[in-house]
Design a protein around this ligand. Sequence first.
Ligand code: 2HG
Ligand code: ZN
Length: 494
Amino acid sequence: MAGFAGAYDSICGRAVNAAIIRIFGGGFQVTLAPDLLDKLSRIVGANKLLMDAEAHVQYGRDWTRVETPSPAAVALPGSIEQVQALVQLANAEGLAIVPSGGRTGLSGGAVAARGELVVALDNLNQIGAFNSIDRSVVCGAGVITEQLQQFAEDQGLHYPVDFASSGSSQIGGNVATNAGGIKVIRYGMTRDWVVGLKVVTGTGELLELNAGLIKNNAGYDLRHLMIGSEGTLGIIVEVTIRLCRAPTDLAVMVLGVPDMPSIMSTLAEFRQQMELTAFEFFSEPALQKVVAHQDLQRPFDEPCAYYALLEFEQTSGSEMDQAMALFEHCLEQGWVLDGVVSQSVAQARNLWRLREDISETIARWAPYKNDLSVVVSKVPEFLTAVEALVNAAYPDFEIIWYGHIGDGNVHLNILKPESLSIADFAEQCGEVSKGVFEIVREHRGSVSAEHGVGVLKKPYLPYSRSPLEIELMRAIKRSFDPNGVLNPGKIFDL
Ligand code: 2HG
Ligand code: ZN
């Protein structure tokens, strides 16, 4: 047992109501005072205030698994009013809150490792009013992405933001992180589909933003400030989403290419003539690992340095011929070495899995993840520079490249050699990251294209944002959350 050591020193500048910190296994646990627990359970109901260790581990971490989860309590509010009451209590008691969705994040944005109160939006999971004229639907923050996609399909429409974690990620979390995914080249990010938001601010007030409007230039658009703010400005409680026409008869092509410049030429050629719904890439080592560990086959025998995955709609019936003609042209130019195209929905799904299953497959090597972006045309030189740097500094590290090359977003995963401990590996990767982010800065790119900053990328924010930008972000944070109760320690320190 150790005495109270100020888990919330940054919150309201004072200690939380009679918390005790117990050190265990390198982490610590905060026990809230009985009267505070009582107040919390009066807000959400005793059975919606989870105090068991299992729930604390489950709700205290995201997919990063880097920090030891250690929330003080987990609350599952059942209404917007309850969320407001929790935030008001947090202000009064100096309690830190971590808003929590599906916790599929990869930057530690939803991690509660310092005795915070986790406010999990799971129970705000109703799909509400649908309007077929506006093509909009109201969703509670806890609606699962796949549930919304299914709802849209049932209406003969489509929700196009898609990624591998759509079966467990929640809409509120998607909005809080401005989730991207595999169709950004055609449909944009989550931001592009949010037409209305309800958000509880850091003082517990309810902001209703944009009311479903398409056009609204009446002053600053606070909705867009909330989108991507990673729970630091407000808790997203309700989202009005725009839907679109469902795509017709999607076909998938996987092409083998000899090098990155050839991928760019292929992308330019296809985009010149066709509207693509996706243009993704992965490297040969990524393909080898997916094929070895999933029930999948190589698209063709010839190993190529990289693979491009293209997807296109077949609305007029001529698209397949057009795509085949483009394929032939790319072959003649030497940009493409081989390729396959799907002839059925099942084949398309399997080709997609070659790309979508990479992240899950390589998780067993405890990869050090980077989610970088540069303008699309600079991707080849950027990749070459990063690879040269990592290879020179750590020749034993295996690098796996994949990502959304059509929008300039590449995922650099460095696999942990078996001989290294997790801690030593993280330290060495931290060192190499400085060099990688220096290259990002030189290319005026981003240290986090779609995963957010959370805690993992916080030290590197200055590589992508100027001191003035970061100071303005801090000022915005103080406007919405003057006592710093919402997700403290994420994105930047106050
Ligand atoms: C993807 O594109 C995800 O598959 C995960 O954004 C990226 O695992 C990663 O690094
Ligand atoms: Zn991605």
